[in-house]
Design a protein around this ligand. Structure first.
Ligand code: NAP
Length: 250
């Protein structure tokens, strides 16, 4: 078994997560590429990493369900036997609605994936990384959004609120495990050109919002991934509890 560090990227099959996986594979991480349903996309990312000489594995699992989480972490334990990094990237939006129109089912799924999924993955990661538990330390990067500060009125306040929860969680967990070799940080992407907008029924959202962004353009998945790779790396060895906007000034 390789001694290279192991990184779990939730939602690593597409968008920002896929960029993180590719860059991490090139940087020498063994990458667990998590996905929920798009196995072809996950396998394509894994193939790209392996073709470039890196090491990667597709790992199926819905982070919003206990069964999915059990599959993710039993695969990591069984295949790699270690975990050194976690990018809590899997996240969903839903179609634009006012808060007074949202169903309880929608709210439950939003919080199950974006909040519970991230917190449960972080718990499992700390149990494996923290020196308190016999681990060798590690780094966790959580994906928030500038929506956490703007609120996303009229579109998805539930999504914005779920990212607000991630922000408080990041501050608290960072302080809790700072003396145990585990760093916890977050990035706040602005409007990034990925398929998440189409999944919320607004395929042109990134392009349509360009004029509202100080830099007058949406960002790319790679531009967010570079910041995540920095926070994961030893170059950020004294950075914990930090939030980095990657938003073109938005
Ligand atoms: P995306 O293009 O829609 O990709 C989502 C990824 O998450 C896919 O790999 C998908 O897997 C996976 N996924 C979805 N639900 C999952 C679940 N329940 N369990 C495990 N994996 C799941 O998303 P993105 O735009 O790259 O966004 C990534 C993160 O950045 C999210 O947390 C998002 O909130 C945040 N963010 C994005 C933007 C933006 O403008 N794009 C802005 C701010 C913040 P499948 O391929 O199997 O479907």
């Amino acid at each position: 078994m390789s001694e290279a560090p192991v990184l779990l990227v939730t939602g690593g099959s597409r968008g920002i997560g896929a960029s993180v996986c590719r860059m991490a594979g090139a940087a020498g991480w063994q990458v667990a590429v998590n996905y929920v349903s798009n196995i072809a996309a996950a396998e394509a990312v894994v193939a790209e990493i392996r073709d470039a000489g890196g090491s990667a594995l597709p790992v199926q699992g819905d982070v919003g369900s206990e069964l999915g989480l059990a599959n993710i972490f039993s695969t990591i334990d069984g295949t790699f036997g270690r975990l050194d990094g976690l990018v809590n990237n899997a996240g969903i939006v839903a179609t634009p609605q006012r808060v007074d129109e949202m169903s309880a089912e929608r709210l439950e799924r939003m919080f199950a994936v974006n909040v519970m999924g991230s917190i449960r993955c972080a718990q499992e990661a700390v149990r494996r990384m923290s020196t308190r538990h016999g681990g060798r330390g590690g780094s966790i990067v959580n994906l928030s959004s500038v929506a956490a500060q703007l609120g996303a009125a009229g579109q998805y306040v539930d999504y914005a609120a779920s990212k607000g929860a991630i922000e408080s969680f990041t501050i608290g967990l960072a302080r809790e495990v700072a003396a145990e070799g585990v760093r916890v940080n977050l990035v706040r992407p602005g409007i990034i050109d990925t398929e998440i907008h189409a999944s919320g029924g607004l395929p042109d959202r990134a392009r349509d919002m360009a004029s509202l962004i100080p830099m007058q353009r949406p960002g790319t998945a790679d531009e967010v991934a570079h910041s995540i790779l920095y926070l994961l790396s030893d170059a950020a060895s004294y950075v914990t509890g930090a939030a980095l906007n990657v938003s073109g000034g938005r």
